[in-house]
Design a protein around this ligand. Structure first.
Ligand code: FMN
Length: 177
């Protein structure tokens, strides 16, 4: 197993994929990582739709290219869409909090697990935040009221160069007491 911090450094948003198809088994591994993600009260407020058929991948890619943004999505070879599901919190906690209180954080964590597993499988990934949600629901037969966690584009990167991370300085955001 590779060192986890190395994997964190290797994972980066991929905005251009090669022609190479993604193996079904690798996508299974990615969603399995998502399924294993921790969540508040272990409520697991998610479900996953894996888009791998060529025709559907092209149609989902078009849903993400509104306003001429994310045009590179046309090169994606698969998508994993994480949907928000109802969270059942433990009774002690549900007295105080709305059922979906932890869900957004949980869904973000699941997306991170999917992307990190993709990196460990040698795949590129990019979470996308701009898409026509209603059109995706229509294409994939998802109830239109369903909230999305993430739409993650996947494939083999067309460029394997690891970029340096643009992040806030460690000392600016970390405090040991
Ligand atoms: C919720 C979310 C939405 C994002 N949406 C987009 C997007 O629409 N297009 C894009 O190119 N990158 C998108 N990104 C990727 C971020 O820009 C990227 O994670 C950030 O710049 C850090 O770079 P890195 O992932 O290469 O380390 C998104 C990331 C997250 C977590």
């Amino acid at each position: 197993m590779s060192d986890f911090l190395d994997l964190c450094k290797k994972r980066q948003s991929c905005r251009g994929f090669s022609e190479q198809a993604v193996e079904h088994d690798k996508l299974v591994q990615c969603v399995e990582a998502g399924r294993l993600t921790h969540s508040g009260c272990n409520a697991q407020p998610w479900s996953f739709v894996v888009v791998e058929s060529e025709d559907m991948v092209s149609q989902i890619a078009l849903c993400g290219q509104q306003l001429k943004q994310n045009v590179w999505l046309g090169t994606a070879k698969a998508f994993i869409i994480i949907l928000e599901e109802h969270a059942v919190l433990s009774p002690i906690i549900s007295c105080f909090l709305d059922s979906q209180y932890y869900a957004k954080g949980d869904l973000g964590a699941a997306a991170a697990y999917v992307c990190l597993e993709a990196a460990s499988q040698g795949l590129g990934s990019c979470i996308t935040g701009l898409y026509d949600r209603k059109k995706i629901c229509e294409l994939l037969n998802i109830p239109v009221e369903k909230q999305f966690g993430s739409v993650i584009a996947l494939g083999y990167s067309a460029n394997d160069t690891i970029r340096s991370k643009k992040r806030k300085a460690f000392e600016d955001i970390v405090r040991f007491v």
